[in-house]
Ligand binder design. Sequence first.
Ligand code: XBP
Ligand code: MG
Length: 242
Amino acid sequence: MKPEPLRALIFDFDGTLADTESAHRAAFNDAFAEAGLDWHWNETLYTQLLEVAGGKERILHYWGQVRGDTKVIDAGALAYTVQRIHDLKTASYERRVHDGAVQLRPGVQHLIDSAFDAGLRLAIATTTSPVNIAVVLRSAIGLDWAHTFQVVEDAATAPRKKPHPQAYLQALQRLQVRAAQCLAFEDSANGLRAAIDAGLPTIVTPNAFTTHHDFAGALHVLSDLQGKTVAELRSWHASAQR
Ligand code: XBP
Ligand code: MG
């Protein structure tokens, strides 16, 4: 069978395109303080909590761990309180990004520029909130970042969080390409599972929060994307079809 051409790259956002989780962790702690909660997520605890994709889901999971009363509180009141804490967190995260807390990971800017110039379609498939993507990419790439990443599937458009493949499946549909015509890029086991379940050959670039995860099934596991070229991506993509 004729090998499929490489037509699109689909990137996870947090931890893959940019090293964001330290700023997220700090923003969660800001929100807990503003909400008058005596919660504090240190790095060790946050590394464990990152197994739960989605900030709101993470707050609810932790609330159940520490208070155990999430079953008896009125569901509406619980959802309202989690949303309020998450709104405080997102506002703090935006402030931190504006203050320069988040950078693109090494090699990302060059690779996306080269891929765009080579005519590859670029997309994002993430469980994070849309405002987080915009605030980071506006400062890293510029106001026209949406011209580079023509398809974005995020917490607003794909509410079923990784490892569910919804964000990747919807990105494929909107790109109008087959999974075999793409490469996915991830940083976590949840994300790798989601990409593989969507049929995508996946390159993993772990970070400090995910380096211990199980990346079985990844096409390649790299320290980062520094120096990576479109030619290398094409050769990896071709090898994935053999
Ligand atoms: C990572 C996540 C997100 C962020 C926090 O997303 O799981 O929840 O940790 O952002 P991905 P929110 O790796 O899929 O980009 O608080 O907006 O969820
Ligand atoms: Mg990630």
